[in-house]
Design a protein around this ligand. Structure first.
Ligand SMILES: Cc1ncc(COP(=O)(O)O)c(C=O)c1O
Length: 359
C-alpha cells in the first residue's frame, strides 16, 4: 500500500525554469540568458537591496512572526486594515494555504486550464476534487468557471493576468463573475502580474471588494518588485478569512531580509514604474518581432509572452538552450513557448537565436 494518497503518488515535482548556472555548466558556456521565470530583468530596487543588507547582522534571530511592519506598510499602501493582510513566502505559499485552510476531500475547487499550475498542485496534494475549466481563445472563461461551481465548491482561482498565457479578463467580466459566484465560495483573484497590466479595462480586484465578501486578492513582490529570491507575497481579504489562514500558516513564513526588503521596495514606486515602462515597450517589441516571423503571440498584459510556433516546441526549446537562451516549455501547450520579457539586449539575443533555430 502506498504511503501517500493516490493524487500525491501521481505527482511529479514542480519544474521551474532551468537555472543559468546549470545550463552554463552543461554547455561549458558563459553569459546565458534566462527568460524562463518571469523575473524582473532590472533586478531589485537599490533601496530594497540596502534594506535587506542592513538586516544581515540580525539573521541569527527569528523574523517577526506576524510581520507587523510589512503588513502595516502593505495596509497603508492599499488603504486597508492590517487584519485584512496576510504575508506569505511568495504568493505561492498563500495559494496553497487557501486550499489547505478551507478545502478538504469532501469539497471542490475550480480553476482555469491552462492557468498557474499551483492551483492544481495544491488541490492534488490535499486530495481536493477540482474542475479545470478550459480557457476560451487562451482567455479565462469566467461564465463557464462560475457555472462549474457546485454546492461543494469552496474556492475558485482566477489568475489575472493569467500565467502561462499572459491574457487578462476585463473589468465588466470580472464584476459579473464576482457577482455570479455564490457568496459562500471564496474567489481568489491572483494578481501576481498586476503592475505590468496597462489595458484601460484591466481591473484591480482590490477596487471590487464591495462586490462580494469572500474575495482574496493575491499580490507578490516576486515580479515587478524584483524580489523573487526573497519569497514575499501577500493576500488581502476579509479579516475572518485572513484569521483562519493565519492560524494554519507556518510560524515564521517570511524571512528577516525579506520583510525589510519588501517594505523598502513598496516605498520605491519609481523602480516599479521604470520596470513597468521597460516591460511595456519590450512586450510590444517582442510581440511585433515574433509576429513578423509569422508566429502567433497571445496578447499579453504580463511580463512574458506566449508564442505559438505551430510546430513541436521542445526541439525549439532545446535549440535555444544550445544557444544559451533559457525559455519555458509547457507539456500542456506542446507547440508554444513562454518567454519572459528581458532587457532589450536579452530579447535581441532570444530573437536572433530563435531565427537561427527556426530556419
Ligand atoms: C499567476 C501566478 N501567481 C503566483 C505566482 C507565485 O509567485 P510567488 O510565489 O513568487 O509570489 C506566480 C509565479 O510565477 C504566478 O505566475
Amino acid at each position: 500500500m502506498s504511503l501517500v494518497i493516490p493524487s500525491i503518488e501521481a505527482l511529479v515535482p514542480y519544474e521551474g525554469g532551468k537555472p543559468v548556472e546549470e545550463l552554463e555548466r552543461e554547455l561549458g558556456i558563459t553569459g546565458a540568458v534566462k527568460l524562463a521565470s518571469n523575473e524582473n530583468p532590472l533586478g531589485p530596487s537599490p533601496r530594497a537591496l540596502e534594506a535587506a543588507r542592513a538586516t544581515l547582522a540580525q539573521i541569527h534571530r527569528y523574523p517577526d512572526g506576524v510581520a507587523f511592519g510589512l503588513r502595516e506598510a502593505i495596509a497603508r499602501f492599499h488603504g486597508v486594515r492590517r487584519d485584512e493582510v496576510l504575508q506569505g513566502a511568495g504568493s505561492n505559499e498563500l495559494l496553497d494555504l487557501v486550499v489547505r485552510t478551507f478545502a478538504t476531500r469532501e469539497h471542490h475547487v475550480v480553476f482555469g486550464e491552462p492557468a498557474f499550475v499551483v492551483y492544481r498542485l495544491a488541490s492534488l496534494v490535499y486530495g481536493v476534487p477540482f474542475t479545470a475549466v478550459p480557457l476560451e481563445n487562451l482567455v479565462h472563461d469566467l461564465p463557464a468557471m462560475a457555472a462549474a461551481v457546485t454546492p461543494k465548491t469552496r474556492v475558485v482561482f482566477v489568475a489575472n493576468p493569467n500565467n502561462p498565457t499572459g491574457t487578462y479578463v476585463g473589468r465588466a467580466a470580472v464584476e459579473q463573475f464576482l457577482r455570479a459566484v455564490p457568496p459562500e465560495v471564496i474567489v481568489v483573484m491572483d494578481e501576481a502580474y498586476f503592475e505590468y497590466a496597462d489595458a484601460p479595462d484591466y481591473p484591480s480586484s482590490l477596487a471590487l471588494r464591495h462586490l462580494r465578501d469572500r474575495l482574496l486578492v493575491m499580490r507578490t513582490f516576486s515580479k515587478a518588485y524584483g524580489l523573487a529570491g526573497l519569497r514575499v507575497g501577500y493576500t488581502i481579504g476579509p479579516a475572518p478569512l485572513i484569521d483562519y489562514m493565519n492560524r494554519v500558516r507556518a510560524p515564521f513564513n517570511t524571512s528577516v531580509p525579506g520583510q525589510a526588503a519588501a517594505v523598502a521596495a513598496l516605498d520605491d514606486q519609481a523602480h516599479v514604474e521604470e520596470s513597468r515602462r521597460m516591460n511595456s515597450a519590450e512586450r510590444v517589441r517582442l510581440t511585433q518581432a515574433l509576429e513578423g516571423m509569422g508566429l502567433a503571440v497571445a496578447p499579453s498584459q504580463a511580463n512574458f509572452i506566449l508564442v505559438d510556433l505551430a510546430r513541436p516546441a521542445r526541439p525549439v526549446y532545446d535549440g535555444l538552450l544550445e544557444r544559451g537562451v533559457i525559455v519555458r516549455p509547457f507539456g500542456n501547450l506542446p507547440t508554444s513557448l513562454r518567454v519572459t520579457c528581458g532587457l532589450p539586449r536579452e530579447n535581441d539575443r532570444f530573437l536572433a537565436a530563435l531565427a537561427e533555430v527556426l530556419v
